[in-house]
Design a protein around this ligand. Structure first.
Ligand SMILES: [Zn+2]
Length: 255
């Protein structure tokens, strides 16, 4: 059986048959792939410890009929701090859920691979992040959305391509800002200039820097709500899971 090697992150695992597991990986060379790990749920499995969600590992894979089989793996980064802080784990879960639902299999994008690595490194190095971690998670998702080709138009009225005057609205359906004259009642949300600035900077700046931006809680909330609605509208599968905002709010990390 032909084998091949790759490095990647474990996005998720689901049980399969009695002792097997199906693993969703995001790899540098092949993007998202699903592989089967035979016998990985047996206590004696040597592979299991190298394939925990959010680990970065080197994988040896054997070509299979439906799924390639996991034949070997070696941890490269275990991110121990990330996995011992609940808020960090939930954030990692939210990011990997976004990546999983927003991407197709076998479409590689090194920028996304590195964005995920940067996120795990960041979560692994910050000890506490209550009050700021949610803003990091949203910024990260906004960048991911842009990398996937859904980049929002923020420099002119997206409905009629004219320079902006007056009150700004974000149009979820058209994916950008619109003027008052071109709003769509069910899809346009009034935003302040600060929220628009946050949406712009989140695409331009490293996600780690965004928490320093000065905005009121309402403006940050609006920033998050627009990203949630935009993702939910354009990628309906994403909505099935709890959104980042709801998830983080529920666990009182949003302060
Ligand atoms: Zn307009």
């Amino acid at each position: 059986m032909a084998t091949w090697k790759t490095e990647g992150f474990v996005l998720k695992r689901v049980p399969w048959k009695e002792y097997d597991g199906l693993y969703t990986l995001y790899t540098r060379e092949n993007g998202k792939i699903i592989v089967r790990a035979q016998g990985i749920r047996k206590i004696t499995s040597k592979l299991a410890g190298h394939c925990e969600p959010f680990m970065k590992s080197n994988f040896l894979l054997a070509q299979g009929k439906y799924w390639d089989q996991l034949a070997g793996s070696q941890i490269r980064e275990a991110y121990p701090t990330l996995r011992t802080i609940l808020s960090h784990l939930r954030t990692a879960q939210s990011l990997t859920h976004s990546l999983d639902t927003l991407t197709q299999e076998a479409q590689s994008d090194v920028r996304i691979y590195e964005l995920l690595g940067d996120a795990f490194n960041f979560l692994n190095t910050i000890e506490k992040a209550a009050g700021t971690i949610w803003c990091f998670a949203y910024t990260w998702r906004w960048k991911l959305i842009a990398y996937l080709g859904y980049a929002p138009a923020l420099d002119q009225c997206v409905a009629h391509k004219h320079i902006f005057r007056g009150q700004h609205f974000f149009d979820i359906q058209h994916g950008g800002i619109v003027c008052q004259k071109h709003i769509n009642v069910s899809h346009s949300i009034a935003i302040t200039k600060t929220t628009l600035m946050l949406l712009e900077k989140a695409l331009q700046y490293p996600f780690q820097a965004m928490q320093k931006e000065k905005a009121t809680q309402q403006e940050w909330e609006l920033f998050g709500r627009i990203i949630d609605r935009f993702t939910g509208y354009h990628v309906p599968g994403h909505r099935k899971n709890r959104s980042t905002y709801q998830q983080l709010h529920k666990h009182q990390l949003y302060v």
